[in-house]
Design a protein around this ligand. Sequence first.
Ligand SMILES: Cc1ncc(COP(=O)(O)O)c(C=O)c1O
Length: 351
Amino acid sequence: MRIVDLRSDTVTKPSPEMWDAIRSLDDSKIGDDVEGEDPTVNELEEKAARVIGKEAALLVTSGTQGNLVSLLSQTTPGDEILLEELSHIFKNEVGSAARIGGLMIRTYPSNKGVPSLDKLQKLIRDKDDIHEPPTTLFSGENTHNYHGGVIIRPEIIKDMKEFSEQNDLKLHLDGARIFNAAVSLKIPVTEFTKSVDSVMFCLSKGLSCPVGSIVAGSKEFITSARRYRKMLGGGMRQAGIIASFGLIALEQKWINRLEEDHKNAKLLAEGIETYDLPIKVHKPETNIVIVELNKKTHIFKIVNTLGKEGILAFNISKEKIRFVTHYGIDEDDIEYSIEKISDVLSNFLSE
Ligand SMILES: Cc1ncc(COP(=O)(O)O)c(C=O)c1O
C-alpha cells in the first residue's frame, strides 16, 4: 500500500549527499568528542555557530536535550520561568524543567505564539519580596508547532528581548524549526536569533538528519551547556558520524530546500480547503497544516482511518489534525493525499 507519512518532519531519512558524506569518513575525521577531539563535531559546531550568528554552538542528542541544557545553564533551582502555554517545552518535554531543573513553570497565553508583553509584565515576580521565587528566564518558540508552524517575526523577538532586559530575564528560543521561518520570510536566520541569549534548533526535522540538534549562544553559555549535556548523559564519543550529516544539512542549498516543503503544505491546505465540509483549514506559513474539525466527532477514528488508507497524521487536540510536509514528500504525494483525506473526511463529516 502507498504510504504518505505526514506525521512529522522527524520521519525524514538522510539525503544521498548525506550518505556520501558519511561514507567518506575515516579514522582521521572522528575522535572522542567528550574530550573535544572529534574534528567533524568541532567543524559542525563552528559552522552552526557561524550560520546561526552566535559565538559558540554545541551538538546535542535531541531538541528536548537542547532545550533542557539551555534552561539549566541559565537558571538556578527554585527560579520561575515563563513558557508559552502550548510550547513544546511545557507540553512535551516530560516536565524536565521542573523535575530535573527544579524550576517553577509559569505559562503565558499568546496570540499564536506572540505574547502580550503588558499581560506578561504582571507575571514577573517581585525580586525584593522574600516570599516569591525570582523570574529569571523567558522562552519563545519559532516556528510554533502547536499553533501550526506559525512564524514569530524578528521585530516581535526584538520586543521580547527588550522586555527580558527590562526584567533581568534570559531569553531562550526553541527554534526547532527556525530555518523554516527564515526561508519562508526570505530573510537571514540571524534576524531571528540576534536578540536571544540562547537558541536551540533541530538538525533532525526539516533539515533531515537522522539525529541531533544544536544549542548556540555566548562562549560562556556553551561552556555551561557542555557540562549539563554531560550530566544528562549526552556526552558522545565518536559523534563525527552523526555530525557529518549535520554539515550537509547546514549548506545553504539544503536549508533553501525547505521552500519545497512550504509549497507542498500550501498545496495540501488549498486542496483540503475545497471540500464542502465542516472544517477549518489553517493557512500554513511554513510546513505544518492544521485541519480543525468544526463538528464534534471522534478524531481518533478519523486519524486511524486515514492511517489505514496510508495517510499518516497526528491529532494534536480533540479537534485538530496536523499534517507536516518534509523531505521525501513530493507534489504527487500531496495530490494523492488530498484525494484520500477528502474521502475519509467526507465519510465522517458529511450529514
Ligand atoms: C518546537 C519543538 N521543540 C522541540 C522539539 C524536541 O525535539 P526532539 O524530538 O529532537 O527532542 C520538538 C519536536 O517535535 C518541537 O516540535
